[in-house]
Design a protein around this ligand. Structure first.
Ligand SMILES: NC(=O)c1ccc[n+]([C@@H]2O[C@H](COP(=O)([O-])OP(=O)(O)OC[C@H]3O[C@@H](n4cnc5c(N)ncnc54)[C@H](OP(=O)(O)O)[C@@H]3O)[C@@H](O)[C@H]2O)c1
Length: 302
């Protein structure tokens, strides 16, 4: 089996590549950086420039399924122009891919699995979100995920079936949110954000990569939440990190207005509450390695 991955060089992409190789799936990938192109037997890079609608169509050769992760980082200040970049980078990537694929007559690609995010769901302390829950959040993240998911749905015009993973807070040792949360706690300056009661639907990166591969190996269609079975509150997460690192927590919670001043609109990433269900992916017979936060953090931090 062979997959084509966009965004393969990023945090989640690198882990999915590793997981594909463990499962003897070879990888073609598209990258916007020519210096990231490698040409190994089971890991072969191809150049694309979605903005200019440029793509090396040799990337489709022998491919059975596509995994789409490409998009400009959301972890940069959301100025008006950068918000446009966040949305356009995702829509242009998908339209460049679709345009190129529509011109290839003899491919045998049957499925596309795309990343999305739990930022699709509105902020709530009480709701428990399954994939069928609508409407989308009225925030910028709700807009991004809606536009992104609609763009990937268009691949059904080419006869592909479409799968989407609404990804939660990804826990990894080197990149993403966790190392940023760990830093102040290691210095003895850690604390929860706001009331600390907001739900954090986390997932260990190993399980997330497993979900992408599971959807391809089992040809599963539709939306799947990419979160672990047991979400926790921000206070519980902060305490769990401190306990794992054997550090005390005595600082007062960080007020919302402070983070709003520091981060602007992006502060919602820390204060919004989404309790998200993993029932659907579990019922598809996916076994999580990390269902609870303490073993997940121990595997990453110790
Ligand atoms: N990490 C999380 O917690 C999380 C949560 C929810 C959703 N997601 C989504 O899942 C996807 C993968 O996440 P990640 O954390 O692995 O992201 P990442 O580390 O930022 O990697 C994304 C990759 O996308 C490519 N890219 C960057 N800007 C681009 C542009 N303007 N046009 C086309 N490609 C571009 C880059 O690959 P090249 O340099 O090789 O082109 C980059 O390596 C992202 O779209 C992200 O929004 C992530």
């Amino acid at each position: 089996m062979k997959v084509l991955i966009t965004g393969a060089t990023g945090l989640i992409g690198k882990e999915i590549v590793k997981r594909c190789h463990e499962e003897h799936i070879s990888v073609h990938y598209l990258t916007t950086s020519k210096e990231k192109i490698k040409s190994d037997d089971n890991y072969k890079g191809f150049y694309w420039n979605p903005k200019e609608d440029i793509l090396d169509a040799a990337c489709f050769q022998g491919v059975d399924a596509i995994i789409n992760l490409a998009g400009a980082s959301i972890a940069k200040r959301w100025t008006k122009s950068y918000k446009k970049t966040i949305i356009e980078s995702r829509v242009q990537s998908l339209s460049c891919l679709k345009n190129a694929l529509s011109k290839v007559e003899d491919h045998h690609i049957t499925q596309i699995v795309s990343a999305s995010a739990i930022g699709f769901y509105p902020d709530s302390f009480t709701k428990y979100y399954e994939e069928s829950c609508t409407p989308a959040s009225p925030t910028f993240l709700g807009e991004v995920t809606t536009v992104w998911e609609n763009a990937v749905d268009e691949f059904s015009d080419l006869g592909l079936f479409v799968s989407k993973v609404r990804i939660g807070l990804v826990l990894d040792d080197k990149e993403g949110a966790l190392p940023q949360m760990v830093k102040p706690i290691k210095l003895g300056l850690g604390s929860a954000f706001g009331s600390g009661d907001q739900w954090q639907s986390w997932i260990h990166i190993y399980d997330l990569s497993g979900i992408f591969v599971h959807l391809i190996q089992n040809e599963l269609e539709g939306i799947y939440n990419g979160v672990a079975p047991n979400p926790i509150t921000n206070t519980e997460l902060t305490k769990a990190i401190a306990k794992t690192l054997n550090k005390p927590l005595f600082m007062p919670n960080i007020p919302k207005f402070t983070m709003k001043l520091a981060l602007g609109e992006m502060h919602i990433l820390l204060f919004e509450s989404q309790r998200v269900s993993s029932k659907k992916i579990e019922e598809s017979v996916f076994d999580f390695t990390y269902s609870n936060i303490h073993p997940a953090l121990e595997a990453i931090l110790v």
